[in-house]
Ligand binder design. Sequence first.
Ligand code: ATP
Ligand code: MG
Length: 569
Amino acid sequence: MSSETNLPTRQRRVNSNFITEIIDEDLRQRRYAKIVTRFPPEPNGYLHIGHAKSICLNFGLALDYGGECNLRFDDTNPETESIEYVDAAKRDVQWLGVQWARELYASDYFERLYEFAVQLITDGKAYVDSLSDEEISEYRGTVTQPGKPSPYRDRSVEENLELFRHMRDGGFPDGAHVLRAKIDLASRNMKLRDPVLYRIVHAPHYHAGDAWCIYPLYDFAHPLSDAIEGISHSICTLEFENNRAIYDWLLENLRGKCGLPHAPRPYQYEFARLNLDYTVLSKRKLIKLVDGRHVQGWDDPRLPTLSGVRRRGVTPEAIREFCYRIGVAKTNSRVDLGIFEAAVRDDLNHRAPRVLAVLRPLKVVLTNYPGGKVEQLEAPYWPHDVPKEGWRQVPFSRELYIERDDFMEHPPKGFHRLVPGGHVRLRHAYVIRCDEVVKNASGEIAELHCTYDPDTIGKNPAGGAPKGTIHWVCAPHAVKAEVRLYDRLFGVADPEAGGGEFTAYLNPASLTVVEGYVEPSVLQDPPATRYQFERLGYFWQDPEDSRPGDLVFNRIVTLRDSWTKAQRK
Ligand code: ATP
Ligand code: MG
């Protein structure tokens, strides 16, 4: 055990949970010399925040216990997998800030897996079945009725070996035969009713090429890959609970054979998968959103994919903190999106300098400010409660933009922003008074004529402090930018529970694009700087579409959860 296990809890990557208890006990009993875990994505889609939970758990345990975690591509389905998904997964795992001990491919074990299958046949524990898929499921029975044996169940070892070899050699078309384990057709666990281990698929494999036309199923490949790699704790999600019996059956029947050690052997443990409100965490569903063009690609910032949240501006630290906070449990539940957003805000609060931007501009003309004059005002980047220092200069002149929402001609009670005849403080600048509302021909407010009080920098006017402070930018100096305001991808918390197609619940307002103005200091910063636009939220430049002279900002997250309130109205 490494000395890291003695760290105080918060310095550990994984919060104590039922799996850490199991590992602690295994180490006390000296069952393993080293903790070895794996993160085993199937390269058939992009990784999402649910995978991040598994990554943080598997890599975190390896770090906390001084062990190792492998990245293994569980690639046994040639028809849905591709190198694009492998590359994306590697990028995403690296981005999360963890380092795999070894990069492995289940498809590299195809030859060994074939030998294991031959061993099972030789031991009379597997047989080639020639029933069709439909017949196999019909013969399997139901939860209340035991299955009945296939007429091919009692083929001789020789015949099975011959047929299996011929399957491998390409002598049969897809679906002609399968290899099945001979376990128990009456088992209450349906998975144990002679599970299929191999099927014929005449399709090339992105990694193994066209060497194979039979492919192992997950239930066969997974435990044996774990055993080959010397995994100690094989952690998966709860839906695999019933598959654990096959996992154990295979390892009990093959340990000590075909080069597998007799002990120690890996064991499977299941934890609750992450379900996050207002989104879907399933590659199959995410593919539908991408292929159906409901979003603009795998890295659309509205998606819960790691490439999507990365592009949106969320940091890997925030994701890891989120995974730490939600912990690991044995029962499925849904996680409030607010918990995710709180982790994102808490992370950005300490890394995002505050700057001024106006998203829905309303022009203000300061009638008593000399035309042509420009002042540079000093503005701190950080509020008092963030222990950081730093200043920048913001230009100030006769023409400004304020937020349209910060002015009301006929305000309700309690509106503390700008109103006709009223005062307001401009953040880091002067107190102004609204003297006149100028309208266009169609009666809309075109601009405001205001006066500023030159003696109010850093002090209050004689009449006392104005009730409100609003943000602004200097019209001739501000940088015009496209700003993408992202909202929840779905309009309901659980889009999978509503019945019907989940895409019916997409939030039509998940993206709003506005043209805003940002203070010019941002041009001095590295493009990847994350900001808080004061009173508006956290933003950064879209890494794909933003160009010098043509800036595009993504809203990473709002400043607080305004959604719940809006829904109740
Ligand atoms: P999906 O339904 O998204 O396709 P999957 O389980 O098929 O998910 P894999 O690529 O097989 O995806 O998953 C790799 C690992 O990540 C597995 O160990 C799986 O259990 C885990 N995982 C997948 N989704 C989640 C989730 N939502 N929460 C926690 N772990 C997950
Ligand atoms: Mg899977």
